[in-house]
Design a protein around this ligand. Structure first.
Ligand code: GDP
Length: 366
């Protein structure tokens, strides 16, 4: 599955947010079980209002959403790249995630100590980014000589890695994260960048954690973070971890009233989960029948056989074709049969790139 790592300085609200995520998921019906994989990892359902419409039309008994994982990565402080705090353990945890959710303190509260002694979310972001960049630079400088030698010996992997490594070292020396390279790198070289296992090549979503009173409007701190995120091409959401942890304990109808009273249209966690999904460049296709309406996650650009492989490896191995109806056609025309009658069900082959919202039946040999 896909994993978002939650990072941030101590006392910014990471655990509060993580616990709210896990509690919300646990409080949902049996369809949304929260499962703890490790103490700091939780799987959550990705909210998708399309599923209810599909299930209503098809009379599906059950709705099974797709999920992503969040990992609470504690222990990052100034000096982590030199082994301060939980240092190396922390860095190893970050390498394993697909995206970073970076929580920044945008609330004032004299009872809660700030490790750096001041509220400055943009400064906090730079503190953490600097540690990650230093760790990447150190790791690359350790490896690049070896790669250079192997490249001289015409080693294929090294020949592909060397120019990417050198470009990243150049960026890091200018104080810029490796993920900026994603903007200019040809798509075929992206896996090479990923193979370098860096900390700053992951896409980033900033979360501005605000006091209850600022949840609907944001504040001066979140404005500064929004500006920084825009400059970096990173995503940004404003959330009040304190509100989320209260909402997480309420039944659904009361949660809605509570949010309404605060001027919020939906739970911040839903926005966070969706933003994480978007950050990972993930899309959803559906399988819909009388038994269940189910969402499946693939990376944008995945072709039909590999998309089928997410359901079962046999589906990929024996793939024949994918009978596909776009979500809009399925819902707009009133279901599978009318969509077929209107000629909106397409038979697609091995080269078909699956679209977000496709309702698919796979045909395969066993
Ligand atoms: P972590 O170290 O980043 O995991 O931070 P925690 O989630 O443990 O939060 C540190 C402290 O800040 C706890 O006492 C939280 O209750 C408190 N806290 C978290 N979010 C907020 C917030 O939005 N407003 C206020 N006033 N306190 C908060």
């Amino acid at each position: 599955g896909f994993k978002c790592g939650i990072v941030g300085l101590p006392n910014v609200g990471k655990s509060t947010l993580f616990n709210a995520l896990t509690k919300t998921a646990a409080a949902q019906a049996a369809n949304y079980p929260f499962c703890t994989i490790e103490p700091n990892t939780g799987e959550v359902a990705v909210p998708d209002p399309r599923m209810k419409k599909l299930a209503d039309i098809a009379g599906s008994k059950e709705i099974i959403p797709t999920r992503i994982s969040f990992v609470d990565i504690a222990g990052l402080v100034r000096g982590a790249s030199k082994g301060e705090g939980l240092g190396n353990k922390f860095l190893a945890n970050i390498r394993e995630v697909d995206a970073i959710v970076h929580v920044l303190r945008c609330f004032e509260d004299s009872d809660i100590t700030h490790v750096e002694g001041r509220i400055d979310p943009v400064g906090d972001a730079e503190t953490i980014e600097t540690e990650l960049m230093l760790a990447d630079l150190e790791s690359l400088e350790r490896r690049v000589e070896q790669t250079r030698k192997r490249a001289t010996g015409k080693d294929k992997e090294a020949l592909a890695q060397l120019p990417v490594m050198e470009a990243v070292i150049g960026l890091l020396n200018e104080g810029k994260p490796a993920r900026l390279l994603l903007k200019t790198l040809p798509p075929e070289d992206v896996p090479t960048l990923k193979s370098l296992n860096l900390l700053t090549s992951h896409p980033v979503l900033y979360v501005g954690n605000v006091a209850e009173a600022d949840a609907a409007t944001g504040n001066n701190y979140t404005e500064a973070v929004a500006k920084m995120a825009a400059e970096q091409g990173a995503e940004f959401v404003v959330i009040s971890a304190a509100i989320e942890s209260e909402v997480a304990q309420l039944p659904e109808d009361e949660a809605k009233d509570f949010l309404d009273a605060l001027g919020l249209s939906e739970a911040g966690l839903d926005r966070l989960i969706r933003a994480g999904y978007h950050l990972l460049d993930l899309i959803t296709y559906f399988t819909v029948g009388p038994k269940e309406c189910r969402a499946w996650t693939i990376v944008r650009g995945t072709k039909a056989p590999q998309a089928a492989g997410v359901i079962h490896t046999d589906f990929e191995r024996g793939f024949i074709r994918a009978n596909t109806i776009a979500y809009e056609d399925f819902v707009g025309l009133g279901g599978e049969v009318p969509a077929k009658e209107a000629g909106k069900a397409r038979d697609e082959g091995k080269e078909y790139v699956v679209h977000d919202g496709d309702v698919i039946h796979f045909r395969f040999n066993t």
